[in-house]
Design a binder for this molecule. Structure first.
Ligand code: CU
Length: 80
């Protein structure tokens, strides 16, 4: 994935994977990781970046190849 920040420094953090990288305005930062277990993993911002900091979170879903192929096929079907 590629990290970009448009306003201030943020920090992309997946605590369970101990994976963290700053996002810096003006830079495109390439990140590479290989999950070894399926599941859902919380994504947080680990930098006190402003008033909206508390809302900066998401989920990473790591699927098996079979689940991913099903998801991709459904997505392609939706496009048509
Ligand atoms: Cu933040």
């Amino acid at each position: 994935m590629i990290l970009r920040a448009h306003d201030v420094i943020h920090s992309f953090f997946i605590p369970t994977m101990r994976f963290k990288q700053d996002a810096v305005p003006g830079l495109a930062i390439h990140m590479h990781f290989t999950p070894i277990q399926t599941g859902e993993y919380e994504i947080l911002c680990a930098e006190l970046c402003g008033l909206g900091h508390y809302k900066m979170h998401g989920m990473l879903k790591v699927l098996s190849r079979e689940e991913f192929d099903k998801w991709l096929a459904a997505r392609e079907a939706d496009k048509q």
